[in-house]
Design a protein around this ligand. Structure first.
Ligand code: ZN
Ligand code: ZN
Length: 583
């Protein structure tokens, strides 16, 4: 990174403020608070893209060149702060700060582990995509257009160095991540297309600035195209790929860093196997009750899996039309808001509306049909987007039908609970109110995904869907999905499970459509451990609620539980549990 613009100023300000830092005799919590602020400020300078994504825009104009010298600076940075962290004694801090200290320590160790041991910078070409970064800056509303364009202009002035470093880093990448990089950088190229050119023309930039920016956009397009050519014409034909499977040791370590559960990866895998059997049992009962309603006068299949399949296939016939998928999602949001309010499940913030949009091109293709992009803790006023991927135009009618049946009218409601209300969107609004910046920034993925999965079951338990066997049966099927996610994640990455075996299992035990199962396989080849986060977090949150119910008896209040649980921000569930039990 080149400290050419604001950072020089920021450095000066930061070093001035050191003069007023609390003396060594200050209370440990005060010293730790000062340390956290100093660390986060330094981290943003070290990682401007991360800062931008969190809504901290001081360094938007900087581009980090991902070369060996930068990796050395990163390593020194982590080492320095790990050492500083070691000077605080855990017991001397408040419970909230104890969690923050553990989170920071894990974060710093994890960063080192990713760079030194996992080394994904060598084998994941999709990690380099200027279009995604610039697209986010362009769409962000934090600065007026002119300022955003000036930041973009400075940032992309180093596009060639960026992609040169990217190429130099790659050594036997995986075929799967190479293909993803081609797809996403092709989408990224669209960011530097006519819409950006139009913005430049209608902006208030001077003629000279416009000329500079236009030239830089042209150079950036060449750099992205050069990277695409390199991947398509050299890397792919050479065929020297490593396996995308990371194996047992790396998987177990990654699980420990990413999930921060009190369970090991192997223990969660065993729990998932057990839960799978319980879900199948419940599905059998519900399907047996529903069969006469949907197949009057017919004899039910004797085989339970066939019985469940018959009923599920009947229920999934109700689905949105191909062209109306994104609209169907939009229409359901107000219903969910009203249900949460009427049933007093938690307090919502009407000043933070959720914007449903079609997923931007540069984000498509990773296998996730819907996602939430939320503003970070620094720009709480920015839009939260619910990204929904429209059915790709190139899909055949059969492919589209398969996908639409997977997201049938029942399941689409559960998806919206998960992604939006009171799932991810609601949780993120709470997280941004959390008094701890550390917890807002280093959000724990298992807690975040676990909450969304927990929210699905909690809504149904409180009568969403009128407690019908139809809704519960499709919830079982949906919950089976996260359970199987955990099972296949380990089975693929550690036990070498083949694509055909995975698809067969997802279709048979998960009752999934072909397109869904193939999409899941793709996603499981591109990520590791992330697929296990849903089930891990959900299991821990549900257990915590039941534990507190037991402890508090008649005094237990569901709304109060939800609001307190969410008030700690996106911390690992095991630490939230400690705080809630201490009260
Ligand atoms: Zn149909
Ligand atoms: Zn989710």
């Amino acid at each position: 990174m080149k400290l050419r613009y604001l950072p020089l100023l920021a450095l000066a300000v930061a070093s001035c403020s050191h003069a007023d830092k609390p003396a060594a005799t200050a209370a440990p919590d005060a010293r730790f608070d000062a340390f956290k602020n100093q660390f986060i400020e330094a981290l943003w300078r070290q990682n401007p893209d991360f800062a931008s994504s969190q809504g901290y825009h001081k360094y938007d104009s900087l581009l980090v060149i991902p070369d060996a010298a930068q990796r050395q600076r990163d390593a020194a940075f982590m080492q320095q702060y790990l050492a500083a962290l070691g000077k605080f004694s855990l017991d001397s801090l408040s419970p909230n700060n104890q969690i923050d200290l553990r989170l920071l320590r894990n974060e710093l160790r994890a960063e080192r582990w990713y760079a030194d041991t996992l080394q994904n910078w060598q084998w994941n070409p999709a990690g380099y995509n200027l279009g995604a970064t610039v697209g986010d800056l362009l769409n962000g509303r934090y600065f007026p257009l002119d300022r955003r364009l000036r930041n973009i202009s400075d940032k992309i002035s180093h596009a060639s160095e960026f992609y040169t470093a990217a190429r130099a880093n790659l050594s036997n990448p995986t075929r799967e991540h190479t293909q993803l990089a081609i797809k996403q950088n092709t989408g990224g190229l669209a960011v530097f297309g006519s819409a950006l050119a139009d913005s430049v023309q209608k902006s208030g930039l001077s003629a000279a600035e416009k000329k500079t920016l236009t030239d830089r956009i042209a150079t950036t397009r060449q750099a992205v195209q050069g990277y695409l050519d390199f991947l398509q014409k050299q890397v792919l034909p050479a065929g020297k790929f490593r396996s995308f499977r990371i194996g047992k040791d790396l998987f177990d370590q990654k699980f420990a860093y990413d999930i921060q559960s009190h369970f090991t990866a192997a223990e969660i895998y065993q729990q998932a196997l057990k839960h799978k059997a319980e879900l199948l049992h419940d599905m059998g009962h519900r399907a047996a009750r529903l069969y006469p309603k949907y197949f009057p006068g017919q004899k039910a299949p004797a085989d339970t899996l066939a019985l469940i399949t018959a009923v599920v296939n009947q229920l999934t016939l109700k689905h949105a039309p191909r062209e109306g998928f994104v609209d169907a999602v939009k229409r359901q949001i107000p219903t969910l808001v009203a249900f949460v309010n009427e049933h007093k499940l938690l307090t919502q913030d009407p000043s933070k509306p959720l914007v449903v949009r079609e997923t931007p091109l540069y984000m498509r293709g990773s296998g996730a049909g819907a996602s939430v992009s939320a503003p970070g803790p620094y720009d709480k006023g920015a839009n939260t987007y619910y990204n929904v991927e429209p059915i790709p135009a190139e899909w055949t009618p059969a492919q589209a039908e398969s996908y639409l049946r997977e997201y049938n009218d029942y399941t689409l409601q559960i998806l919206n609970i998960h992604e939006a209300i009171p799932g991810h969107y609601t949780q993120l609004v709470y997280a941004n109110r959390s008094p701890s910046l550390v917890k807002s920034i280093f959000g724990n993925g298992a807690m975040v995904e676990g909450w969304a999965v927990y929210a699905e079951r909690m809504m149904l338990e409180n009568g969403y869907g009128n407690n019908s066997d139809e809704m519960w049966l499709l919830w079982d099927k949906w919950n089976m999905r996260v359970t199987l996610n955990t099972i296949i994640d380990r089975a693929i990455q550690v036990n070498n499970m083949s694509e055909n075996d995975v698809v067969t299992m997802l279709r048979r035990d998960g009752f999934q459509e072909e397109a869904e199962a193939r999409g899941k396989w793709l996603r499981a080849t591109l990520s590791q451990v992330q697929l296990s986060s849903y089930f891990s977090g959900y299991t821990e949150i549900y257990a915590l609620r039941e534990e507190l119910k037991k402890k508090k008896g008649k005094d237990f209040n569901l709304k109060a539980f939800h609001e307190e649980f969410l008030s700690y921000g996106s911390a690992p569930v095991k630490y939230i549990r400690e705080l809630m039990l201490r009260k």
